[in-house]
Design a protein around this ligand. Structure first.
Ligand SMILES: *[C@@H]1O[C@H](CO)[C@@H](O)[C@H](O)[C@H]1NC(C)=O
Ligand SMILES: *[C@@H]1O[C@H](CO)[C@@H](O)[C@H](O)[C@H]1NC(C)=O
Ligand SMILES: *[C@@H]1O[C@H](CO)[C@@H](O)[C@H](O)[C@H]1NC(C)=O
Ligand SMILES: *[C@@H]1O[C@H](CO)[C@@H](O)[C@H](O)[C@H]1NC(C)=O
Ligand SMILES: *[C@@H]1O[C@H](CO)[C@@H](O)[C@H](O)[C@H]1NC(C)=O
Ligand SMILES: *[C@@H]1O[C@H](CO)[C@@H](O)[C@H](O)[C@H]1NC(C)=O
Length: 330
C-alpha cells in the first residue's frame, strides 16, 4: 500500500514536473546538395504555463546580433515567403525546411522563440553544409573514347561526412540493382550508353546528379550493319533494274516483231496488190502502146492541128516524138 502510494506520488511528480526552456538540434553538421531541399530537425521545450507567441530562425551568416534582433530567415509573425519554411508546430517541433539550397546558405542556424513570459535562443545552433554531388568516370582499362569491353566505374561523390546516407543508381528512371557510391562496369557495351543518375539520400535530404555515358560502337558492328543494308539495297535495285530492262526489251521485241510482220504484210499486200495489177493488166505490146501513143498524139494534134492528125495515124513511132515536141512547142 505504501509503495503504491509512493509510486503514484512519483508518477504525479513526473507528470507535473515542469519542462525547462530548451532547443535540441542534430549534433553533427547537416549536409545538403545544392539546389535540393534539406530538412533541419529541431525540437524545443518550455514551461507549460507559457504560451508560444513567436518562432524565429536566424542564420549566423546574416545575423550579427546572436539572433536577439532581426534579420531572421524565418519569422512566424510575418508572412513573407522564402526558401526557409517552418514545418514544426507551437508545442515542441521546430523543424526548418530549406528549399533550393545555395552555397551561401552554409553556416550555423539557431532557433529562437518568444512566449508570453520569456524568450529563448538555442545555442550553439546547427550547422548546414552545402555541397555538389559529383559523378565521375574512372577508367579501369583503356583510354581515349569509351569502347566496348572497356572496364570502368561511375563514382558518386558528396563532399561531406554523413553517417547514414544511401546511394541509389538509376538509368533512365529505372532503378539499378546496386547500392553504394560506385557503379562498376566490368566490360561496357554499346547498350550501356545512356544517362545514369546517382541519388544520394539521407533521412533529412536528398540530391541527385546525372552522368551521360557514351560507349562507342565497335565500329565493326555498325559498319557491318550498314554494309549489309547497303548491299541489300543494291541487290534490290539491280534486280529491279534487270526485271524492268527485261520487260522493256521483251515489250520492244514484241512491238518490233509486230512491226516487222506488219511491214511484211504491207509488203505482201503491196506485192499482191501491185503484182496482180501488173499481171492483170495485159502486157502492153508494141502495137497497143503504139496505138495509145498514136491516139494521144492524135488527140493532141486534134486539138491543135486536126488536119495533120489524120495524116499522122499511119506514120512510124520515130516521127511521133517529133510531132509531140512540136505540139508541146506550140
Ligand atoms: C517578426 O515579424 C513581425 C512582422 O513583420 C514583426 O512585428 C516582429 O517584430 C518580428 N519579430 C522579431 C523578433 O523581429
Ligand atoms: C593509351 O594508353 C597506351 C598505354 O596505356 C598509350 O600507349 C597510348 O598512347 C594511350 N593513348 C592515348 C590516346 O592516350
Ligand atoms: C570539400 O569540402 C571541404 C570543406 O568542407 C573543402 O575544403 C573542399 O574544397 C571540398 N572539396 C570539394 C572537391 O568540393
Ligand atoms: C523520369 O524522370 C523524370 C525526371 O525525374 C520524370 O519527370 C519522369 O516522370 C520520369 N518518368 C518515368 C516514366 O518515371
Ligand atoms: C540484385 O543483386 C543481388 C545481389 O547483389 C542478386 O541476388 C539479385 O538477383 C539481383 N537482382 C537482379 C534483378 O538483378
Ligand atoms: C534519421 O537519421 C538519424 C541518424 O542520422 C536517426 O537518429 C533518425 O532516427 C533517422 N530518422 C528517420 C525518420 O529515419
Amino acid at each position: 500500500m505504501k509503495t503504491l502510494y509512493f509510486f503514484l506520488l512519483t508518477l504525479c511528480g513526473v507528470l507535473t514536473q515542469d519542462r525547462e526552456f530548451g532547443v535540441k538540434y542534430p549534433d553533427k553538421p547537416i549536409c545538403a546538395v545544392r539546389r535540393f531541399s534539406v530538412s533541419i530537425p529541431c525540437s524545443y521545450s518550455y514551461p507549460q504555463k507559457h504560451q508560444v507567441e513567436q518562432k524565429l530562425w536566424c542564420s549566423m551568416n546574416s545575423n550579427t546580433d546572436v539572433c536577439l534582433n532581426p534579420p531572421y530567415v524565418y519569422n512566424s509573425s510575418s508572412n513573407t515567403k522564402s526558401d526557409f519554411e517552418f514545418t514544426g508546430d507551437d508545442k515542441s517541433d521546430c523543424t526548418l525546411l530549406i528549399h533550393n539550397v545555395q552555397f551561401s546558405y552554409s553556416g550555423e542556424y539557431r532557433f529562437r522563440f518568444i512566449t508570453n513570459g520569456d524568450r529563448f535562443t538555442g545555442k550553439p545552433g546547427v550547422t548546414l553544409q552545402v555541397t555538389d554531388l559529383k559523378v565521375s568516370l574512372i577508367r579501369l582499362s583503356g583510354n581515349g573514347t569509351l569502347k566496348q569491353g572497356d572496364s570502368l566505374n561511375l563514382r558518386c561523390d558528396v563532399n561531406c561526412t554523413h553517417t547514414s546516407s544511401q546511394f541509389v543508381w538509376s538509368k533512365m528512371n529505372q532503378s539499378l540493382n546496386t547500392s553504394g557510391p560506385v557503379l562498376h562496369f566490368p566490360a561496357v557495351t554499346v547498350r550501356d550508353s545512356g544517362k545514369y543518375t546517382c541519388t544520394w539520400k539521407t533521412n533529412k535530404t536528398s540530391g541527385s546528379e546525372t552522368y551521360e555515358l557514351l560507349v562507342e560502337g565497335d565500329g565493326l558492328d555498325q559498319w557491318a550493319i550498314w554494309s549489309i543494308i547497303l548491299v541489300i539495297i543494291l541487290i534490290l535495285v539491280i534486280v529491279a533494274a534487270v526485271i524492268y530492262y527485261r520487260k522493256r526489251v521483251e515489250a520492244q521485241e514484241k512491238n518490233s516483231g509486230n512491226g516487222a510482220e506488219k511491214a511484211k504484210d504491207a509488203e505482201n499486200t503491196h506485192d499482191k496488190q501491185s503484182k496482180p495489177q501488173l499481171s492483170s493488166v495485159p502486157p502492153l505490146d508494141v502495137e497497143t502502146l503504139h496505138e495509145e501513143e498514136v491516139t494521144y498524139a492524135t488527140v493532141c494534134v486534134k486539138d491543135k492541128k486536126p488536119a495533120q492528125g489524120r495524116d499522122y495515124t499511119g506514120k512510124q513511132k520515130e516521127d511521133d516524138s517529133v510531132i509531140y515536141s512540136t505540139v508541146i512547142n506550140t
